[in-house]
Ligand binder design. Structure first.
Ligand code: UDP
Length: 381
């Protein structure tokens, strides 16, 4: 089969690789001048620091097969994400843990005491939290919500946490011990030579042709037996039902000598600080040594037609529109939609890879048996 992958991010690369290994001919077209999508990394010429061009990416997974897969293509170094947040004039540890609770409330509580203390502040009348705000009020109470989540979330998503789904906050744990590992996954690390090297490794196969700086047009699809669409779902249909909402990010770089903030990620919880976080990228590679440093202030805003989409918003109105696009996708022939943009879901890298691996298995079977290929690895609804 001749397969066209539109996009050279993780989804297109992983699915394309599995199909290439099964003997299919895979052409990858990528509108940008690099592979790896939004996990692209490149060294800053002035400081020599490896920069995560589209914002911080930390690899974490509980899936041994995904871990084995990525580490088979490029070496990974151990890396734990230990995030700090500046709020109300002080610096705290995230995710909320015993240190955060004790520091914030000026206490010396032990785990069980802290659990009871927080339960006493939580709104236990909320049985089944639906919104981000309800989830926060139910599990951490109003003070920690105000300090760490409310302002940050308003900046990040451009709306009230009352309008956002609880699922966004469920990404973050609350711990009643001093574990400040941002992720609770068994396997964590950073690719020693960056994510672009990882994706280049995945795409390095004799049955795969990669064409950079090549935007999609219909002629590409006409030459293929099947298309893997990893761009925005609504873009495939030329936005004919309207635009799905995304957030985009702006990064404001600045350089300094030495160590600017002492950690890779410093969040800013206060609503009156216009950026959400500052990332200092040399701390993502603690095994490297750099005299100078480069940091990025990160600003979130609504994604316009010419901006890069980062986060699917999935508010109520997007959900209705999404239904129209899912229906259109199910009626389309010869295309599989993959990844964060193609399925309009807030996916982490490991889930993206897992879904791409699974989609490739289904596609291989479909190509062999002539049965219909999957439209989505998992329904976006
Ligand atoms: N969040 C917050 N305060 C923080 C960090 C996160 O309110 O200091 C909320 C915010 O709504 C964010 C969500 O939790 O979008 C998920 O955070 P995560 O760190 O997983 O976001 P990502 O790194 O994917 O942007």
């Amino acid at each position: 089969m001749k397969v066209l992958s539109v996009g050279a991010g993780l989804s297109g690369a992983v699915t394309g690789r599995a199909l290439a290994e099964a003997g299919h001919q895979v052409t990858v077209i990528e509108a940008r001048d690099h592979v790896a999508g939004n996990c692209h990394t490149a060294r800053d010429a002035q400081t020599g620091v490896m920069v995560h061009t589209f914002g911080p990416h930390i690899f974490h997974t509980d899936d041994p097969q995904v871990w084995e897969y990525v580490t088979g293509f490029t070496p990974f170094k151990p890396y734990k994400n230990r995030v700090k947040t500046t709020s109300q004039g002080a610096v705290f540890s995230l995710p909320i843990n015993l240190h955060t609770i004790n520091q914030f409330f000026g206490k010396t509580l032990r785990p069980d005491e802290a659990r009871a203390f927080i339960e006493g502040r939580a709104d236990t009348s909320i049985d089944d939290p639906q919104s981000f705000e309800e989830q926060a009020l139910r599990f951490v109470g109003p003070e920690l919500y105000e300090a760490f989540f409310k302002g940050y979330t308003e900046k990040q998503w451009g709306c009230s946490p009352r309008e956002l789904p609880a699922a966004i906050l469920k990404r973050l744990p609350v711990r009643f011990n001093y574990d400040d590992d941002y992720f609770a996954h068994r396997f964590q690390g950073m690719p020693e030579h960056g994510y672009t090297a990882l994706v280049e490794g995945i795409l390095d196969h004799p049955n795969i042709d990669v064409h950079l700086s090549t935007p999609f047009d219909e002629a590409h699809a006409a030459r293929a037996d099947h298309v893997l669409w990893t761009g925005a779902l609504d873009a495939y249909f030329a936005h004919r039902h309207g635009r799905l909402g995304y957030r985009t990010l702006d990064f404001e770089p600045f350089r300094a000598t030495g160590d600017y903030q002492g950690c890779a990620v410093m969040n800013y919880g206060d609503a009156d600080v216009p950026f959400t976080r500052i990332t200092e990228h040399k701390h993502f590679a603690p095994w490297e040594d750099h005299a100078d440093t480069i940091c990025f202030r990160e600003f979130s805003r609504e994604c316009g037609p010419d901006d890069t989409p980062y986060y699917p918003i999935r508010l109520v109105e997007e959900k209705a529109l999404l239904g129209d696009y899912v229906k259109a996708a199910e009626e389309a022939r010869g295309v599989t939609f993959l990844g964060r943009l193609g399925t309009y879901r807030y996916l982490d890298m490991d889930v993206t890879i897992r879904e791409a691996m699974d989609a490739a298995e289904l596609l291989k079977t479909a190509f062999e048996t002539g049965t219909p290929p999957p439209v989505f690895p998992k329904s976006p609804l």
